[in-house]
Design a protein around this ligand. Structure first.
Ligand code: ADP
Ligand code: MG
Length: 218
């Protein structure tokens, strides 16, 4: 663990900026995935939510990491009507509580906060592994992050492992029968389609590359 492996409020803000950017870039794809097994609004929901988050963070008083995540959570919940709003909102609310009023998180503390967020998604949506939801991308990512940090890998590398695990989990949702959310109404007919929420969740984890990048916004 090096000093560089701690992420402060500014770095976490870069993560959220990058997630918002990726959601915007993949908006049509998320819409397309949700049109196959849902109601075609996941791309719109996530883009509206993350645009609102970026607007809310701009100029906000954010004294610590907990305050940052709490602002993200309340904004997602109020801006997004679909299932994904309360689920992502709960994710960030639990991250806020786990992080607390601190200036920065080291690798294990960030992993612990992500784990708390994942537990929040489960508490809220009752999804289990293999139900074809965002859980199926998030859970392997959090496990991979824990494993990599436990093996002594630097945070950048550990986050890259987590992103790979999230992508594999996302891809594997294609073969699953949906058991939660709107897609579950389709039963067996949901097989063959990648889950939209697992797809946005993989973007969330992929965006963590911005946490340890040294580039700064002008
Ligand atoms: P809605 O289903 O209300 O239209 P979205 O389209 O924005 O909301 O989000 C759909 C995604 O939400 C799904 O692809 C799935 O990943 C996720 N989801 C739905 N229900 C649950 C649940 N109970 N637990 C975890 N994730 C869920
Ligand atoms: Mg939908």
């Amino acid at each position: 663990m090096t000093e560089m492996d701690a992420v402060d409020v500014a770095a976490l803000g870069r993560w959220l900026d990058e997630f918002a950017r990726l959601v915007g870039e993949h908006k049509q794809h998320l819409i397309q995935l949700d049109s196959a097994i849902g109601d075609a609004d996941h791309g719109t929901n996530m883009d509206r939510g993350m645009s609102a988050v970026i607007a809310a963070l701009d100029g906000a008083e954010l004294p610590d990491v907990g305050a940052l995540f709490k602002k993200v959570a309340t904004t997602m919940i109020s801006a997004v009507g679909g299932a994904s709003g309360p689920l992502y909102g709960t994710f960030f609310l639990r991250m806020a509580t786990a992080a607390g009023p601190v200036d920065s998180l080291d690798g294990p503390a960030f992993a612990k906060a992500l784990r708390a967020g994942l537990d929040g998604v489960v508490a809220r949506g009752k999804a289990e592994a293999g139900d074809k939801t965002m859980y199926d991308a998030l859970a392997p990512a959090v496990d991979a992050l824990d494993d990599a940090l436990g093996a002594g890998k630097p945070l950048t590398e550990a986050l890259s492992d987590a992103a790979d695990a999230a992508a594999r989990g996302r891809d594997a949702t294609k073969d699953l029968v949906a058991r939660k959310g709107r897609a579950s109404y389709l039963g067996e007919r949901s097989v063959g389609h990648q889950d939209p929420g697992a797809t946005s969740a993989a973007l969330l984890i992929s965006a963590t590359s911005a946490l340890t990048s040294t580039s700064t916004k002008g």
